[in-house]
Design a protein around this ligand. Sequence first.
Ligand code: ADP
Ligand code: MG
Length: 726
Amino acid sequence: MASTDSDPLSTCTIPIERRGGRGEAGARSLERQLEQAPGVHDVEVSFRTGSVRVAYDERVTDEETIRRVVRDRNVSLHDEGETESDEVSTRSELRREAVFVALTLLGMVTGLVTGWLDGPTLLGWVGYGGAYVFGGWYGLKGAIETLRHRAVDIDLLMIVAAVGALSIGAPFEGAMLLFLFSLSNTLQHYAIGRSRRAIKSLVEMRPDDAQVLRDGEEVTIPIDEVAVGDVFVVRPGDKIPLDGVVTSGEGTVDQSSLTGESVPVPKEPGDEVFGGTINESGSLEIEVTRQAHESAISRLIHMVERAQSEKAPTQRLIDRLEQPYVLGVFALTIAAIGIPLALGSEFTSTFYRAMTLMVAASPCAVIISTPAAVLSAIASGGRQGVLFKGGEHVETAATIDAVAFDKTGTLTQGDTQLTDAFVRASAGDGALTEDELLATAAAVQARSEHHLARATVTAAEERSLTVPSARGFQSVAGKGVRAEVEEVTIHIGNRSYFRTVLEDTRIEGLEPGLERLRSLEAEGKTSVLVAREDEGGVTVLGWLAFTDTVRPGAAEMIADIRSLGVEHIVMLTGDNERVAQRIADEVGIDEVQAELLPEEKVTTVEELVNRHENVAMVGDGVNDAPALATASLGIAMGGAGTDVALETADVVLMGDDLSKIPYVLGLGRRTRRTLVVNLAIAFGAIALMVGAILLRGIPLPLAVVGHEGSTVLVSLNGLRLLGFRK
Ligand code: ADP
Ligand code: MG
């Protein structure tokens, strides 16, 4: 997301008590209070997900102060590490709510049956009394909590309606309202818990102990006590307890818990493995690289939890509207009592009708419609190895109509291979053999992180060449590199490097060299020239050519996103036009923007945003970071390993699986459709019932059933997204 980089704003997320589906009106008012605190710029509070997010000015305040302010508002704070006991308390809370719901039902039935049988009135009143106490308990608590934050909410509406019904001698209707209200709240509470638990089940993937090697002996040690650098052993079928690097052994690992990819990944010494994944075959010895709480899976869980606390725009809007809406319903109810009475209507029937109206017009279903869907979508993504960094990105994903892809490492596998090393025949005195050319190039490239550099070094190693050492390494982004090898400067780069960086120098052999680059590129090979510079000037020594394989499934993925309605697909690359065009043709991309410098990728994305408005950029997250941040939706691939990817993008694909891109766009679209359906159900039910009441009147129990029924319906409809697959 674009932010004002000039302000030294920090953000923090403070976990607070959760109140099921309740209390968002109180949250609004708490937001306003927190905004008054010095140094606080932007606040978002949610009792539904139990979080306070604050953007603050570091120069004025800090997280500790903000926590104190929150606590001073009578909101209890949770500790970060408390998730497990939290889980237990949520579950026992839920059980208590369920018991209360059952007792409400019992009281209501007792009251009703004694009434029918002309039984003792006392028993009847005890029944209704019980129903009111148990059914109203949480609602009253919530209403008071919210009133303390100087706001009103639907809890208050429901309590008033139930008491109102009682006051006109309709205790059954009131009891039923409380019963259904507490039932639907318990269901919502359960539903929100479900989408949280979908993520929590990831933690259970991870064993509690590791078999650590100490002095050649295997010792069982709790994972929290294992240090970075320790070596542990996993056998076939074992879960890998911690993140690390394989030091010995070979095997395949099922990484689906983290990346959602079901194909087992082969591992050999030097490869990275992740805690929570399953070793399928072979014994591995693994050196720990991260402590338990920093592991990829812990970060995934943490980020999904934070994501769920960031509201989608629709939800933010609805939460803002709760308060005025509730006040509106109160006003409507008062009008529905006052006006007919003034016109001489009879009191009891007028009051009854007003209570019916109040229940029918209450926005419970409207309020739960959005979080039920968005939270489920985020949780569903988490289980597929797709991390949405906030609810708003789910909504953005629905609107994407153009997608830009980085080429290297995104559409291609990024395992670039050197295919040819040519020596220029007439390089004169400086002429080298092919191996010497490669060894010299590798000397320079040993200092570079670029994929062409890595391929060069690997090729030299494969040929067991002795690589000399290099000094004074310099690189020109998107163009090439240079360094001193054996007293001469070696330049390696593309056309643009030789034309611009060495602009004023006469370069011997440049024209035939560029000619060769053209023909290699026509074959789809990325190529660079190698030249030496000494007192005599610059001489082209030869050229190197590379290929990189297109990821399997890339063409299918492009076809899939097109069928989802994406109009324009662009490839952005620093590589040569011809090479890029070949790959674009192979996978079916509309437009190629080649030979871009990293900053030009940003301007290209800006142009796309101007033309298409909602543009997704897919990159491998390291050198594409600025472009990812510029796009409406930045999608980073391969987040399991790199921090940069996790930081800059809006959506992170934990694995390298391209098929997750149609999943992201598809999930966004499905979520939006669910939102539309949910809002239609919620507002439709209100309009229908209010209309019916005004035209001819309906019994209170029917309004209660219609109101609570639509609430339950939208919750369940939202939960369906948990099962979304591509
Ligand atoms: P991409 O990631 O799309 O390949 P880059 O901006 O990293 O884009 O690189 C663009 C081009 O710059 C490469 O195709 C290559 O021609 C040249 N280049 C960049 N770094 C190097 C390097 N270390 N050695 C040789 N050429 C390089
Ligand atoms: Mg790249």
